[in-house]
Design a protein around this ligand. Sequence first.
Ligand code: TAP
Length: 469
Amino acid sequence: MRMFIGGNWVDKDEKIDVHNPFDGSVIDTVPRGDAQDVAAAITSAQRGSEIMRSMPAYERYEILHKASELMTERLEELGRTVSSEEGKIISEGLGEAARAQETITLSAEEAKRLYGETLPLDAASNGAGKFGLTLRVPCGVVAAITPFNFPLNLVCHKVGPALAAGNAVVVKPATDTPLSALLLTQIMLDAGVPPEAIQCVTGSGSVIGDAVSGDARVRKISFTGSRDVGEHICQVAGLKKVTMELGSNAPLIVLPDADLEKVATATAATGFANAGQVCISAQRVLVDQEVYGDFIDTLKPKVEALSTGNQLEESVGMGPMIREADAVRVNEWIHEAVDGGATLVTGGDRVGTMHAPTVVADVDPQMKISSQEVFGPAVALTRFDTVEEAITMANDTNYGLSAGVFTQNVDWALKFAQEVHSGNININWGPQWRADLMPYGGFKDSGMGKEGPKYAVEEMTELKTVIFH
Ligand code: TAP
């Protein structure tokens, strides 16, 4: 595929191969964009931002609504593209395509809701005879830098609100998974987005990232990805608005009154979906010592029932990881933990990008598999004695994106909700759950700002205060 810059589909002599992570086969190529391509994209987007700023909200709504209809027609193609380039099983790929379509529908609706307010200026000692109001105005050019793991829906979470709010958007998709973003760009153009209002530049983040983040013509950066890249972008960005949706090592607390069957089902579902490569995967499962042994016995067969293999075959329960280097890293952390005294309950093997679904018990919270973001198909079990200890352990991390607790005790549930420092709190489910309309974003090193179209529109607009004297 080609990239889209300045109203044209652009090719380059230098290409990047896009691989199917299951067998390494090349499924397509994209141009290797450079800093000049980024500069050209931003120049065009500046014109696009003027067009979008003056476009009536109803037209922005209609275009996004049309885009959502076109996505519905192409759902199967979108889902297959996601699965082929990312490695998630086909049901998850199709599920992501359906969610992405809903994200664009929700964004279309938000185009109609850019409210301001009137200000009671005469309530201030110097305000008699004045009248004030606020206008919510677009930022201008929004840069959208996105990760590999949800290559369509997370692009929609930026493109949809950016356009709904009257901005132009420059998309920099992950190099491993650019095809879904390019397909989406085509759909947006087909729906009537002005060609200057959307740009999609492919190329390595380490090469072209600074050209995107550092350009003073970009007013807003919306980034989803790893903590360290997020921090680097903030340093390069200078005086810009930023939204940072970063990583985590999400905890799931199992209190002694929990239904262990339900917890085990939730752990298998929220720990191993997309081969554990979800920012809110259940990673640290903290279990009350009273039910620790029984929980392991209940969880083990559910994890062992996950068949691994070619993600495009419908019978397969878990596909490959995105890159072999990441599978090697996850495997090393597992074996480091086992060498340090943890117990391998199931899994532990790796062949190429395919890592077995793994459960490790008796994990010391200082071990990498617990203290750092695993981002792979491994779950670490640690036991605790009291609710207070469990909450302290859950909070003993630099991350804070999502957390889960299983209990029937409303006091414990409320204590957990109030005391766990995390952007999302799940009572009686694992940490991995999201409806695309809800405010979603992390605390601490998991980032700042919220996504969900309503909240992203707020972050991609600015308030102008108008005073009539
Ligand atoms: P990253 O390696 O951080 O890459 C994310 C994006 O940043 C890619 O497009 C990447 O481009 C680009 N990038 C790399 N270096 C850059 C630089 N110096 N300047 C600007 N952009 C740069 O993350 P990933 O491996 O794709 O995704 C996994 C991470 O994302 C995990 O930490 C996960 O938790 C996090 N994540 C968070 C969320 C939310 S909502 N909080 C959701 C999904 C994922 P290249 O691909 O070309 O390197």
